[in-house]
Design a protein around this ligand. Structure first.
Ligand SMILES: [Fe+2]
Ligand SMILES: [Fe+2]
Length: 196
């Protein structure tokens, strides 16, 4: 059994209630986030905490996520109303802030947008996004992970952009809805690459 300790008792209680497979994913994501933070001069505590807590709402059912988002005063985007699982980052960030007393903006934005990404995110959020995706158990879902992992060692932006391009191409091919935050995030990274 993977025992996760965040240093915040209320969060530890929530983590302990998660299914074993999810706890193991969070432990792997935390380790990867700390490793990436060290490589890129980011705060390892914030990156580790964001990655450790990014999926605290992941095991909630879609309709419950929607209900909870509304009870927190969030306005779900029409895409989130159709693909309710996309709300687990926004709802998770609210739980972290309201129930665990975590107020760090970098950690909260990292959890909020770990699923879709978004524009205007800092390095902690980029690291948490990549640490979630670079879980080796996701190789069958994302066959291009090894390449993203190599890119992530050199440049977080290039790695995130490359991941988004791959994922969005596959989603368009499969006729899936794409969250506008992903499009905004990709556009920003693309502009950044062009301006270098
Ligand atoms: Fe997630
Ligand atoms: Fe995750």
């Amino acid at each position: 059994m993977t025992i996760l300790s965040s240093g915040t008792p209320a969060l530890d209680v929530i983590l302990a209630r998660l299914p074993a497979g999810l706890r193991e994913h969070l432990a792997r994501a935390r380790d990867k986030a700390v490793e990436l933070a060290a490589m890129h001069g980011a705060d390892p505590f914030k990156a580790g905490l964001a990655a450790l807590s990014h999926d605290i709402a992941r095991n909630m059912k879609g309709p419950d996520l929607l209900k909870m988002a509304k009870s927190y005063g969030l306005t779900p985007h029409p895409v989130e109303e159709r693909v309710m699982v996309l709300l687990h980052g926004r709802v998770g960030a609210e739980i972290l802030q309201r129930e665990c007393g975590i107020d760090d903006r970098d950690v909260l934005e990292a959890v909020r947008w770990h699923s879709t990404f978004n524009r205007g995110l800092g390095s902690v959020a980029k690291i948490a996004f990549l640490a979630d995706k670079l879980d080796h158990k996701k190789v069958s879902r994302y066959p291009f992970l090894e390449r993203i992992e190599r890119l992530a060692k050199d440049d977080l932006d290039v790695a995130v952009l490359s991941f988004l391009q791959e994922e969005m191409t596959a989603m368009m091919r499969d006729g899936k809805l794409i969250h506008p935050a992903s499009i905004d995030g990709r556009n920003e990274l693309l502009e950044l690459q062009k301006s270098i």
